[in-house]
Design a protein around this ligand. Structure first.
Ligand SMILES: [Mn+2]
Length: 316
């Protein structure tokens, strides 16, 4: 964000994400940030429908260059800013009463931007809405690789709640619909308590690579982790981040916080691994920020920090 954008935000009361130009109609751009103001797929503790507003407000006044990781090596050149060539596309106009219609609206909106060549970053919104983006990007690119950073596997059978689609089932839906290449699908941060082992068995049988926080921290598994993360990008890929992957001390304002989560450093290491993919991810999302819950300000701040790194190039 330039200081001009900060002044404009103060003057107008509008806070496009990171001060990006606001373009509510699809147009060719490097990428578009889209809010998804819907939480119709949340089982407990709603509030994520307000996530996009919280993240935009928290982005106001931030510099667009992450601090260089190292300052004592004499390389202080900041390079291009994060989100260079990106625009804020406003919110996806989801109806709050029908998850099915909301998914179709996300698919239509993401598809309309993708067809212009724009990459997409969703600001959630509950995690079920990711399915709409995957459906749209599959139509554009074919089966996608997926880096899924989350405390939960999100591959539950929907029958228990009388619906196939809620924020704990979208990954199963995506795999069953063939939207993903399971050989290029990796989950990181998994630690939520289980009812049974059905979900994990399903994922293992599908060929998905699952990493718990302890696995991620095991130095003997580091080469395997690097290999798994690199494999995702051997084709068009998507990066989906549920903010509950991080420890609830850092991000309490999520529907389903689970103790024992990832640190910021660990999460950034995963995000930075995606920078090494031959092609940048075609879509990404930051889901489940529920600013009605405790710790909203600090949670939103951290989400924006992650976005800044998601939208930064290799040189930063
Ligand atoms: Mn989750």
């Amino acid at each position: 964000m330039s200081s001009d954008a900060l002044m404009q935000g103060l003057r107008t009361g509008l806070t496009p994400f990171l001060g990006l130009p606001l373009r509510v109609d699809p147009c060719p751009a490097t990428g578009v940030v889209l809010g998804v103001p819907c939480d119709a797929g949340v089982i407990n503790r709603p509030g994520a429908r307000l996530g996009p507003w919280a993240m935009r407000a928290a982005s106001m006044g931030l510099g667009s260059h992450p601090m260089p990781e190292r300052l004592r090596e004499g390389r202080l050149n900041l390079g291009p800013g994060a989100a260079s060539g990106w625009v804020d596309g406003g919110n996806v106009p989801t109806l709050p009463f029908s998850l099915k219609e909301a998914l179709a609206t996300v698919q239509d909106t993401v598809g309309a931007w993708a067809i212009t060549g724009s990459r997409t970053l969703l600001l959630g919104g509950d995690h079920s809405l990711t399915l709409g983006a995957l459906r749209a990007l599959y139509l554009q690119h074919g089966p996608l690789g997926l880096l899924h950073i989350d405390a939960h596997p999100d591959a539950a059978q929907g029958a228990a709640w009388g619906t196939d689609i809620h924020h704990g089932t979208w990954l199963r839906q995506a795999l069953e619909e063939g939207l993903l290449d399971p050989e290029r699908t990796v989950q990181a941060g998994l630690r939520a308590p289980r009812f049974d082992d059905e979900e994990l068995s399903f994922l293992q049988a599908a060929g998905v690579r699952m990493w718990s926080p302890a696995d991620l921290r095991d130095p003997f598994l580091a080469p395997q982790l690097a290999e798994d993360l690199a494999s995702i990008g051997q084709g068009p890929a998507y990066l989906s981040l549920d903010l509950d992957a991080l420890d609830p001390v850092l991000v309490p304002a999520v529907a389903e916080p689970v103790p024992g989560g990832l640190s910021l450093t660990e999460t950034l290491a995963l995000i930075h691994a995606a920078r090494e993919w031959p092609q940048p991810w075609v879509g990404a999302d930051l889901m489940e920020l529920a600013p009605t819950l405790e710790g909203a300000e600090t949670s939103a701040r951290l989400a924006v920090h992650l976005a800044l790194h998601l939208l930064s190039g290799r040189s930063e």
